[in-house]
Design a protein around this ligand. Structure first.
Ligand code: GLU
Length: 502
């Protein structure tokens, strides 16, 4: 048997360090066994998936030095590798389950489902929604079917009993069938859900081992059942521990930058970031901290992954990166630095903002040095401004940060719409409103438009700088935060309305 593993990201945002972590371990496992590793794009959520996000994921994983034997960009014998291009395959498989009686069409409306959930809650029944709950009497079913009412296809799931899932790291995991819904397999728009597409594809792509984040454990019973229904062998499952913030909560962009692009922009070396990800729950037999990818692969043993949540700590990563930097020759350092900061592709988006404002090249760094910086070292006095007292400046930055966190597609128009609407809500002139953002982002207001700066710096870098400014100004204590959140709710609702009307 040839070992085949995969990483299956959904292209719904910036490329996440968690995706790189899972990709690295799948690749290490495949290479260790002389197997293959493939990349599949799980873009069945048509509303949230974007081509830009897919491209950024591919670029970021390549930047890190990861490669795949099959994938949407390199092809392969099991393609297409993008789920949106495999619709017919899923329809065929749904039909097989309908024919064998393991799945059923469900004509229930959203209102009826809400009502059902309410009834269960009121009766304190803690079971999931099952086929028996959804049944319509035969006449009503026929009426809806004849009227061409929208429907979904759901799988049948046992009402009770225990499902045992085998995990390579955790042994047997017991899950209660009573808690598992009659999962939707095919949505009313004809697209499959993650569960169906993932199982069908893993089988057709001949995946033998699935290493994925532990958040998918609760999906495993449904997957196991689907493999049974189809009469297929299930790949071996291995649920990896989730990456955590230093406070042990799940790594999230609200607390820490999670985008690989942020780490690139910060000037981390890809070798060092990959090395650090290899240290997440795993260590070399001799516990050495600095190792290259090939050394990891040569020594890899998935059984040595430890389940205690690995902490992704930027300070530790900086230290490890410094080890890698020290080993460069001066020539290599010079080349790598220029490649990082000064290569034309990176500079080009900046030039239209810089060129009209400078007289000589030496004006560029004072004007736009913040594009080559990480988190600027600032002083509280820099935020002093006639429109603000100490409290209102923190509030403005915090409200602004929350608005920036709400942005799905990061571009200047969206940043502008949200921040200008916020200025209106706070009854501040746009110029005054933007002042603390200029300082947080660029350290000065004599620079290019702060909206352009944010658009170009990207979401994680922009938000990190605003977050760091808030901390510099004393932060927001727990009590203050509660009150602020309450005030913000009203403001946010008004902004949302203004945006959806425009
Ligand atoms: N598309 C899923 C994700 O975004 C894949 C989960 C899996 O590996 O099964 O993580």
């Amino acid at each position: 048997m040839t070992v085949r593993t995969r990483v299956a990201p959904s292209p719904t945002g910036d490329p996440h360090v968690g995706t790189a972590y899972i990709a690295l371990f799948n690749l290490a496992f495949a290479r260790q066994h002389g197997g293959q590793f493939l990349l599949r794009i799980e873009d069945t959520d048509q509303q949230r998936s974007t081509a830009d996000s897919e491209q950024a994921i591919l670029d970021s994983l390549r930047w890190l030095g990861l490669e795949w034997d099959e994938g949407p960009d390199v092809g392969g014998p099991h393609g297409p590798y993008r789920q949106s291009e495999r619709k017919d395959i899923y329809l065929e498989h749904v039909q097989m389950l309908l024919d064998s009686g393991h799945a059923f069409k469900c004509y229930r409306t959203t209102e009826e489902l809400d009502e059902l959930r309410k009834q269960k809650e009121a009766a304190e029944v803690r079971t999931a929604i099952k086929a028996s709950d959804l049944e319509l009497d035969a006449d009503e079913y026929a009426r809806r079917e004849a009227a061409g009412a929208p429907y979904v296809v759901r799988m049948k799931v046992p009402e009770e009993g225990v499902c045992v899932v085998q995990d390579m790291l955790r042994g047997d995991i017991e899950l209660d069938w009573a808690q598992v819904d009659a999962q939707i397999l095919l949505k009313s728009d004809g697209m499959p859900t993650y569960h169906l597409a993932n199982v069908v594809d893993d089988h057709l792509m001949e995946i033998t081992h699935v290493l994925r984040g532990e958040e998918w454990i609760s999906s495993a019973p449904k997957h196991k059942l689907l493999y049974q229904y189809f009469g297929w062998e299930m790949p071996k499952l291995c649920h990896m521990p989730l990456l955590r913030n230093p406070d042990k909560t799940k790594l999230s962009k609200r607390k820490n930058p999670t985008s690989i692009m942020f780490y690139e922009r910060m000037g981390f070396m890809p070798e060092a970031l990959l090395n650090y990800l290899g240290r997440m729950g795993w260590s070399m037999p001799d516990e050495r901290e600095k190792f290259a990818r090939e050394e990891m692969f040569a020594n890899f043993d998935v059984q040595r992954v430890s389940l205690g949540g690995p902490v992704f700590d930027m300070e530790k990563l900086r230290w490890l990166n410094s080890m890698w930097l020290r080993e460069l020759t001066p020539e290599q350092f010079a080349t790598r630095f220029a490649q990082w900061g000064l290569k034309p592709e990176n500079m080009l988006p900046l030039i239209p903002h810089v060129q009209p404002r400078v007289e000589v090249f030496s004006d560029v760094v004072p004007l736009a040095g913040h594009f080559l910086a990480g988190i600027p070292e600032l002083k509280a006095e820099q935020f002093e401004h006639k429109a603000y007292d100490a409290e209102s400046v923190v509030k403005t930055l915090q409200f602004g940060l929350w608005q920036l966190e709400a942005i799905r597609h990061w571009d200047k128009a969206e940043i502008e719409a949200r921040l200008f609407a916020l200025a209106g809500q706070l009854e501040l002139k746009v110029r005054d409103f933007l002042y603390p953002f200029f300082i947080a982002i660029a350290g000065t207001s004599s620079t290019i438009s702060v909206l352009d700066s944010m658009a170009l710096l990207g979401p994680d870098m922009s938000r990190s700088r605003v977050r760091s400014a808030i901390e510099l100004l004393g932060g927001v204590g727990k009590k203050k935060l509660k009150k602020m959140e309450k005030d913000y709710e009203v403001v946010a609702a008004a902004i949302q309305q203004a945006i959806s009307e425009s």
